[in-house]
Design a protein around this ligand. Structure first.
Ligand code: NAD
Length: 508
């Protein structure tokens, strides 16, 4: 993995700064509604620092009344925000991007503190948050443009209009970047937003609130409510004045949200779980494939939706390749997330670490071999060793279920057809990675893979105009480019009669 450190500060000073920021928010994090902070009367929940296990503070649930206030603020702000010329929204959102860039190191440090993600990746992710705002800001002026579809009798033309106030619900794994990926296009489209960040890593969302205020987004355009999914999240998804829910998280939560939103016919966009294959054929550039396989499972502590958590290797090279992966996994530097040399940090929460650990017993019971790692690290914090489970087969639970930690499951395959069969034989279909030097094979296999995104001879590299999303249990809808605007807008067709056709006369 490559070092992306951008600063001369030390890990200790970064952590001290992050703690200072978090403490500055107060012992209990309430909400931000209609341009002002709001204390909450809801139940409180601890937020832990993954690297130490210590309590950083508490978040409070939004009571029904508080949630109603947040939605009312978004509803009040909607007409004026939607009516603002796209050029003006563009200007304001670029201002948000400028401020994110200016505070990128603070944002990255807060992500290290409460999400346990490593500095080397978060320093980049914070900047990507600014890029998300810039990209969608630039699209704002033309986002409503439509098509002319003339017919013999009419000039038909389409326009797009923002759908209304929307709810954005995000997970804990890379909280800031993921939030901006949803919030920026919603605001650029002219929607107002009520954001609910994850309860285990809520602090960087508060930085986004500060930035939105400083950028002088009108009050009520961007609101943030805290709390658990079952309380605050549920209330948001059920609210009749919220027109759409953009959700990133677990597949089972997506199912719950669909049910909760059914009564109010909520439009939903889901980015859900994955069990993504990296398929290595024996004709591949094996050095590069090895680097990419390591990067895609162990970076972000394996807590990444697009992680390549299943390694499918052609049988002729399987033993040697797996041995190399095991050696590399054992050599990864696990430790302080603030240290730019650290490659793997702690898992988010003791519950999550216990879930990841439970799969080690499952692997052994299923007859697979733990070739690297396989255990939590003693001492404070929720650390888990980078793990390789070898000699698995596709039907095993460790090959079927999303573990969402630094755990890679290796499976041998015989030929192209076998690789495709194993790759597709899971409920998920988010991303797939394919390594081969045969172009024909690359096209055949990528065509057959059940995945929303396929990378050939590459790790996951995002290009913002391209569509991002999954099939099967990995999601509904696409983000990126114009796809995001399709979600946050309604398309209207206007048919203007030429006047030359005969109007049907009834009742004469
Ligand atoms: P999660 O589903 O438990 O929580 C995500 C968010 O949903 C949180 O804010 C949570 O409070 C909220 N929530 C929970 N229950 C809810 C309910 N009933 N109603 C409304 N909101 C509710 O997911 P997580 O554990 O925070 O994140 C990990 C999951 O996210 C993994 O499955 C991962 O693959 C997925 N993920 C997907 C993508 C993607 O782009 N496809 C990106 C990142 C993470």
């Amino acid at each position: 993995m490559t070092d992306t450190m951008t600063t001369q500060t030390t890990p200790a000073t970064r952590r001290a700064r992050a703690l200072e920021i978090v403490r500055g928010f107060g012992a209990e994090l309430g909400h931000h509604i209609g341009g002002a902070a709001m204390e909450s009367a809801g139940d409180a929940h601890d937020v832990l620092e993954p690297a130490t296990g210590e309590t950083l503070g508490r978040v409070r649930d939004a009571t029904r009344e508080e949630l109603d206030k947040a939605v009312a603020a978004a509803k009040r702000a909607f007409p004026a925000w939607a009516a603002l010329p796209g050029e003006r929204r563009k200007e304001l959102l670029h201002r948000v991007a400028d401020l994110i860039e200016a505070r990128a190191e603070e944002i990255a440090a807060v992500e290290c503190l409460d999400a346990g993600q490593c500095w080397r990746f978060m320093a980049k992710a914070a900047v990507r948050g600014a890029e998300n705002f810039r990209f969608f800001a630039d699209q704002a002026p033309a986002a409503r443009d439509g098509k002319a579809l003339p017919s013999p009798e009419h000039l038909n033309f389409t326009t797009r209009q923002p759908i209304g106030p929307v709810g954005v619900i995000t997970p804990w794994n890379t909280p800031f970047m993921l939030s901006t990926w949803k919030i920026a296009p919603a605001l650029a489209a002219g929607c107002t937003v009520v954001h609910k960040p994850a309860e285990w890593s809520p602090y960087s969302a508060r930085l986004l609130v500060e930035i939105a205020n400083e950028a002088e987004l009108p009050a009520g355009v961007f609101n943030s409510v805290n709390g658990l999914g079952e309380t605050t999240g549920r209330r948001l998804t059920e609210h009749p004045d919220i027109k759409a829910i953009a959700f990133v998280g677990d597949t089972s939560t997506g199912t719950a949200i669909m049910r909760q939103g059914a009564e109010t016919l909520k439009r939903v966009h889901f980015e859900l779980g994955g069990k993504n294959p990296v398929i290595v054929f024996d004709d591949a550039d094996l050095e590069r494939a090895l680097d990419a396989a390591i990067f895609m499972i162990y970076s972000l502590n394996g807590q990444r939706c697009t992680s390549s958590s299943r390694l499918l290797v052609q049988r002729s090279i399987y033993d040697r390749f797996v041995e190399q992966v095991a050696a590399r996994a054992k050599a990864l530097k696990v430790g302080d997330p603030f240290d730019p040399a650290t490659e793997v940090g702690p898992l988010i929460h003791p519950h999550h670490r216990d879930k990841v650990r439970s799969y080690m017993g499952v692997a052994e019971a299923e007859g697979a071999r733990i070739a690297a790692g396989g255990a939590a690290i003693d001492g404070p914090g929720h650390f888990f060793r980078p793990t390789l489970i070898a000699d698995a087969h596709g039907a095993m639970r460790i090959a079927q279920e999303e573990i969402f930690g630094p755990v890679l499951t290796a499976i041998p395959f015989d030929d192209e057809a076998d690789a495709i069969r194993i790759a597709n034989d899971v409920r998920y279909g988010l991303a797939a990675y394919l390594w081969t030097s045969d172009i024909g094979r690359a096209l055949r296999v990528s065509n057959a893979l059940e995945a929303g995104m396929v990378w050939i001879n590459s790790e996951n590299v995002r290009h913002l105009p391209t569509p991002f999303g999954g099939v099967k249990a990995s999601g509904i809808g696409r983000d990126g480019g114009d796809w995001s605007f399709d979600f946050y807008m309604e398309t209207k067709n206007v048919a203007l009669a030429h006047g030359s056709h005969k109007i049907s006369r009834m009742g004469v």
